[in-house]
Design a protein around this ligand. Structure first.
Ligand code: PLP
Length: 386
């Protein structure tokens, strides 16, 4: 039997979401820009999806820009705001971000650095955390944008965005948050957070891959990345992905506050029990980011002396899916940049494993995972030269 413990990588599509989108892969095939009956049915469907998604994050439907993925939302937030305010001279712009952002942010920043934009990458502490004081100290009179993730994809650590937004508002600086890992796992409200732009991605909350969104506060100027027919109020051209928008709307509707609160509690208990048992059963285990506020579903730990990739493969052979870092970083096989930025030793980086739980993770699966992990770790420790 397979056990899936990589919900931060992606989530399975909820059957209720699949049922909702299926008609749009069949008879309801219209282009929402068409004014005939077929187009109008599609238009109504995407309007509904937009409203459901906006309501999940406490925004208005016209503030949602649908994109192709979370990475595109991140790129649109950063490039779009910079281009709209500093296209004459990008070298005047200063942007603050952190060293532990997802590659969708880091690589976008690296590209913009080549065009002359000045970036500050905030260091995190040993727990993977930043403080509002650190952000304040990095602000200059050229700072126009701060982009910080809400929850880290590898450790689950939650940044104090609400506190930081009080700063950005008083300085008149735009604040973008990459909430791709947070939406669907914890309550997210754009007004409580006080942000100006927020990225999310449907495949992290039980919708299919291929749809992201950027929420944009009214009044924020944003130059589009994709020019064309002017869809999404001119902010992202291209015929809308109707089935995926319907799916994301349905997925959002399944996350009403009560059921989300229940899931948060259930997953946090499973995760905490898992950590307690691993501490008791393994000779040595080091948890990363566990002393600060973090997502309820995520644990990241090192078993010093064991190669994380060998352990991951060992578990995979037994049908258990976990990861050694983010899905993107694990393809490169270089180990976690996030843990390195936290000051974790190279030996611990190389032995790190990320386990992320979700809607269908059961207590029985966690018990089975513990048994298999403990057995595998002991076998690998016996043959470890370290
Ligand atoms: N930002 C974070 C924090 C993520 O974890 C991910 C995906 O793992 C992304 C952005 C990119 O989202 P997508 O896979 O939809 O492009």
């Amino acid at each position: 039997m397979n056990i899936y413990l990589d919900y931060n990588g992606t989530t399975p599509v909820d059957p209720a979401v699949r049922d909702e989108m299926l008609p749009f892969l069949g008879d309801l095939y219209g282009n929402p820009s068409s004014t005939h009956w077929a187009g109008q049915a599609a238009r109504e469907a995407i309007d509904g999806g937009r409203e459901q998604l906006a309501s999940l994050i406490g925004g208005d439907s016209e503030e949602i820009v649908f994109t192709g993925c979370g990475s595109e939302s991140d790129n649109l937030a950063i490039k779009g705001t910079l281009w709209s305010c500093c296209q004459q001279d990008l070298t005047k712009a200063h942007v603050i971000t952190s060293a532990v952002e997802h590659p969708a942010i880091i690589n976008c920043c690296t590209f913009l650095e080549k065009l002359g934009v000045d970036f500050t990458y905030l260091d995190v502490d040993r727990d993977g955390m930043i403080s509002a004081d650190q952000v304040e100290a990095a602000i200059t009179d050229r700072t126009i944008l701060i982009s910080l993730m809400l929850a880290n994809n590898e450790t689950g650590v939650i940044f104090p965005i609400e506190e930081i937004s009080r700063l950005t508002r008083s300085h008149g600086i735009l604040l973008h948050t990459d909430a791709v890992q947070a939406v669907g796992k914890i309550p997210v409200d754009v007004n409580e957070l006080g942000v100006d732009l927020l990225s999310l991605s449907g495949h992290k909350f039980y919708a299919p891959k291929g749809l992201g969104a950027l929420w944009v506060r009214p009044g924020v100027n944003l130059e589009p990345l994709i020019h064309g027919g002017g869809q999404e109020r001119g902010r992202r051209s291209g015929t809308e992905a109707v089935p995926n928008i319907v799916a994301v709307g349905k997925a959002a509707s399944l996350l009403e506050p009560e059921s989300l609160a229940k899931e948060v509690k259930r997953q946090a208990k499973l995760r905490d029990d898992l950590e307690t048992e691993l501490t008791e059963k393994l000779q040595r285990v080091i948890f990363h980011g566990s002393r600060v506020e973090r997502l309820p579903n995520t644990t990241n730990f090192s078993l010093p002396g064991i190669d994380g990739e060998s352990l991951r493969m060992h578990l995979d052979l037994q049908g258990i899916a976990v990861s050694t870092s983010s899905a993107c970083a694990s393809r490169g096989g270089k180990g976690s940049q996030v843990l390195r930025a936290m000051g974790v030793s190279e030996a611990e980086v190389q032995s790190a494993i990320r386990v992320s739980l979700g809607r269908w993770t059961t207590d029985a699966e966690i018990r089975q995972f513990i048994d298999i992990l403990v057995e595998a770790a002991e076998a690998l420790w016996r043959i470890s030269p370290l």
